[in-house]
Every structure is written in C-alpha cells, then in structure tokens.
Ligand binder design. Structure first.
Ligand code: SF4
Length: 240
C-alpha cells in the first residue's frame, strides 16, 4: 500500500504487478517506468520486472488499514490481464467484499475479460469499476462495463476526440492529458465535448490534468475552474 499523488484516489494497492501493452494509451505506461525503477532498486516485489505476477501476501493489506480509504487497485498492473488467474481475481474481490469500509477503484483496459467474468464476481457497493478510453478506437470498452455496479471511465491519456460516447448508466468520467517527455497533445475542444456529454447524461466529471512536459505547471484548471466531481464520498468535496 502506498499513498498516491493521483488526484482521484488516496492510495494504491497492488495485489498483482506487471502487464503488457494493449492499446495506444499504453505507449508511455507509468507502471512500466515505475517498475523499471523499483526493479533497479532491488525491490523484491518487482524482481521479475514487468512480467505479470500475483502477490498472495498483499491480500491481507486492506484488513490492516485504519478508517476508510479510497484505493486505486493495481496501479502497477491490470487485474483483468489474461495471465492473472481467475482464482486470484476472486481472492482480490473477496478482500474488497470483506472490507466495505474502504472504496476500491479498479481500472482495466481488458474490458472483454471483465465482461466475461463479471457475472461471477460479487459487486459490492464499495467497488467502482472503470475502463480506460483514450480514443475512439477503444470506445467499445464502455459497453463491456455496463453490467457492473458503480461504473467509471478514465479518458486519460486523452489522445483523440470521443464525440459519441454512450454514457448510459455510467457514473463518473475522469479526463486527463498525457504527461512525460514526449506527451501527445490533448485538445481543449475534446475535453469540452466530453464535459458536455457528461452534463447531458448527468454523469460526474473529474478533470485530472492538462498534462504536457511540465504537468505541474499546466495544472488542472479548465476555464477558470477545477472539476473534482466523484461518486458520493464525503471526504471529497464537489467543486464546480
Ligand atoms: S494496460 Fe495499463 S498497466 Fe498495462 S501496459 Fe497498458 S497502461 Fe500499462
């Protein structure tokens, strides 16, 4: 478990590590870069680099947290990666089901596998399930999400317009630009387009960042405002 600087969560929990690239949004994968760094520092958990690994010992961690936490599950991996055994996915869900005091945010790019498995998973109210939608090529991921309970989209890095999203029953949308050394640009018009679609369907909207080479400098103000909407968690105030 680690405190997180990601604006829409509090901490990360990584019962699995490792992944491989599946679509354009993976190009500058943060998890891969971080894994290289942790591997070179000799951290045991990352000894196999970016190969998919499950960590049974990490399953106990949420039981040890005090109070209620908001937790991004698998910031260093993808829980629905084909190499993560179904049995282990069940174990991760069991932990989330048994710790209703915490909110778990699970984000995947393997939406087909999520869809295949969703009937056999226990979707308690503390599990928010998200898919990444970085451009129109992967817009179908939204449909694979529809049968889970609290549903969100991470449109980050937004590298193309998303003019026609079906936001029916989607609860929350996060938008952010790419950061790093060679970030692909995000147009302001794409952000507004998504914002308006959210408004029409009464979907909560969170603007995470503009991104760019200096993401701190470019910040996260959209036309003079910050957009921090999230599904009802008291500790996060909603601002418009
Ligand atoms: S799915 Fe996520 S963790 Fe896996 S390579 Fe792509 S960006 Fe990285």
């Amino acid at each position: 478990m680690a405190q997180s600087s990601i604006e829409w969560t509090e901490m990360t929990w990584n019962p699995t590590t490792g992944c491989d690239k599946v679509s354009a949004g993976c190009k500058y994968c943060y998890a891969e870069v971080m894994t290289k760094r942790l591997h070179s520092m000799g951290i045991e958990k990352y000894k196999d680099g970016f190969k998919v690994r499950v960590h049974e010992d990490a399953l106990n961690i949420p039981y040890t947290w005090k109070g209620s936490k908001v937790v991004f599950v698998n910031s260093m991996s993808d829980l629905f990666h084909p190499e993560v055994p179904l049995e282990f996915i069940h174990k991760v869900f069991e932990v989330m089901n048994n710790t209703p005091q915490h909110t778990f945010q699970v984000l995947t790019k393997r939406a087909e596998r999520l869809y295949e498995l969703h009937h056999n998973l226990n979707w308690t109210n503390n599990i928010w399930m998200g898919v990444s939608v970085e451009n129109e090529q992967v817009i179908d991921r939204i449909d694979f999400l529809r049968e889970t309970k609290i549903k969100f989209l991470s449109c980050e890095p937004l590298i193309g317009p998303l003019s026609n999203m079906n936001l029916e029953n989607i609860n929350w949308v996060i938008v952010g630009g790419e950061s790093g050394r060679n970030p692909r640009p995000m147009k302001e018009s794409w952000v507004w387009d998504i914002k308006l679609q959210c408004q029409e369907k009464e979907v909560l909207f969170f603007f995470k960042q503009w991104g760019g080479k200096n993401k701190k400098k470019s910040g996260r103000i959209l036309a003079g405002k910050t957009y921090n909407e999230m599904p009802g968690i008291n500790k996060f105030s909603l601002q418009h």
